[in-house]
Design a protein around this ligand. Structure first.
Ligand code: UN1
Length: 509
């Protein structure tokens, strides 16, 4: 059994913690207290005094001041600081991973995996710090040189969700930092303690270098602090992870002031299993993608399309496997499915189950709350039909809708018929089906996999989705470009002034 007190202490967390930090912790006299509860049994862990107006102002002012010096440090030197952050995260991996499990409820192996994802991001950002490349172009004018370069942008607002309370911060923070930006992080009010723990780790490194204001934290409600951030002209970019509804609001607010946003919103991810698939492989992938993290990933598998030749057999095997998923305390090593995050999540699950029944879905397995303290529900399998409205929505819980399909064409059409477009997969050994799925006639998602489930993406690729998922990209590939401003430069090193497009404008001068 974990000694919670010792764990919290080792990460710098007190009974009551200030909710704002620039490197120095800021007390908020007018701040309301927020209690963090563990979903394991619903008991309180520790408290945070949320940032008040004055604290928010101080944080943004400091982040702006810090930007003016941070951007002057050469990018590879900024990379060295992120290398130290990666090292510190390696040291704290066990404790921080455990805190993620305690505060958010995912199983320990996934909590540790999340910290690993942060470490991987730091490594990627270190390499990136020497690769913030721009292109050169051939100018159409003689003795002209044309190229583009990337400059730091300013303050990045990072608004994260409870389900990946630390990894998604790292996707943004590690990249933003090497790009020369400073940042203000508003974590989910359900997971303030993991954010405080990360801030303590960051502070130690920045202290060593005599730096403040690069990595900043403000804990407060979306209605107060989130609203301030998205409307704040001093924050040129807001990276938001959360619901489609909130994302639309963030997009509108930032667009109104011609700011930028990176949106990582809801998914309604699907997997197609063809008759020729390796069924064992498919089964394992489906289980992790649908029941892993108790269905609370934006990449969670929610819709399964089984080709008719294997549909009955696969469904039977799934029901059998669902029966044997060990559910319980996420810190217990034998557990594979922990609780939902809170009571509201349980109510949303129960509400969806009601609608499933009303809309003609058949519950094949699960559908009930588990009778124990905390927020546990049964992973649920539903025999669904295409007319079911509820299957078009993202319910953040372990509910998997199963559809039977004739062929790959029908499967892709059904798969693409929802509003969201995050992650997708097909299981097949047929080249035609696999390539069709990956082609522009295929999956309309930001992520498309063959013989792999929908969740558990590596950080090396750009992460994000299309349609109502918001279009943002984070983490690897060239996602860094969103955190910088592009400048196109043309230099005339000759003694003539030719104009582009062959225009003449000759005046005696
Ligand atoms: C999320 O659920 O918001 O691909 C992010 C995955 C993880 C990230 C999920 N690497 O499932």
């Amino acid at each position: 059994m974990t000694d919670i007190k010792a764990l919290l202490q080792s990460l710098g967390i007190k009974d009551v913690n200030p909710g704002a930090c620039t490197g120095r912790w800021i007390e908020s006299e007018g701040g309301k207290e927020l209690t963090s509860f563990t979903p394991i049994d619903g008991s309180p862990i520790a408290k945070v005094v949320q940032a008040d107006e004055a604290a928010y102002e101080q944080v943004v002012e400091t982040a702006h001041e810090a930007f003016l010096t941070w951007r002057m440090m050469p990018a590879p030197k900024r990379g060295l600081i992120i290398r130290e952050l990666g090292d510190a995260l390696r040291e704290h991996k066990e404790a921080l991973g455990e805190l993620v499990s305690l505060e958010m409820g995912k199983i320990l192996s996934e909590g540790l995996g999340e910290v690993q994802e942060m470490i991987d991001m730091c490594d990627l950002a270190v390499g990136l710090s020497r690769q913030l490349f721009g292109l050169t172009m051939h100018s159409e004018r003689a003795r002209h040189r044309m190229y583009e370069q990337w400059h730091p942008l300013g303050i990045v607002g990072i608004i994260t969700s409870f389900n990946f309370p630390v990894a998604v911060w790292a996707w943004n923070a590690a990249v933003a930092a090497v790009c020369g930006d400073t940042m203000v992080w508003k974590p989910s009010s359900s997971t303030p303690l993991t954010a405080i723990a990360v801030q303590h780790i960051v502070n130690e490194i920045m202290d060593r270098h005599g730096l403040t204001g690069v990595f900043n934290l403000v804990i407060g409600s979306g209605r107060v602090i989130g609203e301030r951030m998205i409307n704040d002209r001093r924050i040129p970019l807001v990276s938001f992870t959360g619901s489609i509804e909130m994302g639309r609001h963030v997009s509108e607010a930032t667009a109104r002031r011609l700011g930028r946003s990176i949106l990582e919103l809801g998914g309604n991810n699907g997997v197609i299993v063809m008759d020729d698939a390796d069924q064992n492989l498919a089964l394992r992938a489906i289980l992790f993608a649908a029941a892993g993290t108790a269905g609370q990933r934006c990449t969670t598998l929610r819709r399964l399309f089984l080709q008719k030749g294997i549909a009955a057999q696969m469904t039977e095997r799934l029901i059998k496997a669902y029966r044997s998923i060990p559910i319980g305390d996420p810190l217990d090593e034998s557990t594979l499915m922990g609780p939902l995050v809170d009571e509201a999540a349980v109510q949303a699950y129960l509400g969806a189950i009601d609608l499933i029944k009303k809309q003609g879905g058949e519950i094949l397995y699960g559908g009930k709350r588990i009778d124990r303290p905390g927020f546990y529900v049964e992973p649920t399998l539903v025999k669904a039909h295409p007319g079911m409205e509820i299957a078009r929505e993202e319910t953040f819980a372990p509910i998997l809708y199963i559809f039977e399909i004739e062929d790959v064409e029908e499967a892709i059409a059904l798969h693409n018929s929802v509003d969201q477009g995050l992650s997708s997969g097909i299981f097949t050994s047929n080249l035609y089906a696999a390539e069709k799925f990956l082609s522009h006639e295929g999956s309309d998602c930001g992520i498309a996999n063959v013989n792999i489930g929908t969740s558990g993406a590596e950080i090396g690729g750009a992460f994000g989705g299309e349609k109502d998922t918001g279009g943002g990209r984070e983490a690897g590939s060239d996602a860094w470009k969103a955190y910088m401003r592009r400048q196109t430069c043309t230099i005339n090193w000759g003694h003539e002034l030719p104009l582009a497009q062959g225009v003449h404008f000759d005046v005696e001068a």
